[in-house]
Design a protein. Structure first.
Length: 253
């Protein structure tokens, strides 16, 4: 029989995960109010089992913890019983901290915003005994990578977790540059979306350095623009963004 998946929390990440899993698993959501749970069900477009925190029973269940990290101490007392597996998507919340919720197995996961369109890059760490199951479940919303330590997960968070925001800044800046040169905003946006779509496919099989060399001919337009990026410190800025995001992730532990 297909396992019931129980979500603790009814936010955007819970909804994205549920959309990936609803075709193959029955879904239960534990939330604060009947109204919030009904909104979740409507957004999912499929019936769910709706449970209030006051009635929460996690005994033997496969649990997806999708609340805000600062809400963990508040909701923990409501979760009665011992879960079979606890999957947590809480940033900066260690496996040790998650022991506050009784579970046979515990796994930390760090999906990213692309989970909403089934193309997340999710990093995983925790009990190796359920790694195969974890990879399969989170594979429903995109690609997965099992890591060997929480230290690596913190670094992965700064890259794949925060990365969509960094790429969004670059995408917006490129469009602004094209508009400044005289291109209509709608056309710039359309070109940028096509650019990122094609680049996303190419980067799966081509090293970034080789991809850059393939585009940049001697003395050409790309070389001129690339020189401006290096002069402006874009490379160092990206590396520093990863460093500071990593430091922040460590500070949340």
């Amino acid at each position: 029989m297909t396992k019931l998946i129980t979500f603790v929390g009814n936010g955007k990440m819970a909804l994205a995960l549920a959309k990936g899993l609803v075709e193959t698993h029955p879904i239960e959501v534990i939330g604060r109010s009947d109204m919030a749970l009904k909104r979740f069900e409507d957004a999912l477009g499929s019936p769910i089992k709706k449970t209030l925190y006051s009635d929460a029973d996690i005994m033997g269940k496969t649990l997806f913890l999708c609340v805000k990290p600062y809400n963990l101490p508040e909701i923990t007392p409501y979760l009665k019983g011992r879960a079979r597996v606890l999957y947590s998507v809480l940033a900066g919340t260690t496996l040790n901290s998650l022991q506050a919720i009784p579970a046979e197995h515990t796994v930390r996961a760090m999906p990213n915003l692309a989970a909403e369109v089934g193309m997340s890059m999710t990093s995983l760490v925790g009990d190796i005994n359920v790694s195969t199951e974890a990879i399969a479940l989170f594979g429903a919303i995109g690609k997965t990578l099992w890591l060997s330590s929480e230290k690596e997960l913190d670094i992965a968070t700064s890259l794949a977790g925060s990365g969509p925001a960094y790429l969004a800044l670059i995408a917006e800046a490129l469009c602004d540059g094209a508009v400044r040169e005289g291109l209509k905003r709608d056309d710039a946006m359309e070109l940028m979306r096509g650019l990122f779509g094609g680049f996303g496919s190419l980067i799966q099989t081509i090293h970034p350095a080789l991809l850059k060399d393939n585009v940049m001919s001697p003395g050409g337009t790309t070389a001129a623009g690339y020189g401006a990026l290096e002069k402006s410190g874009v490379r160092e800025g990206c590396m520093e963004a990863i460093r500071l995001a990593h430091e922040k992730a460590k500070g949340m532990r």
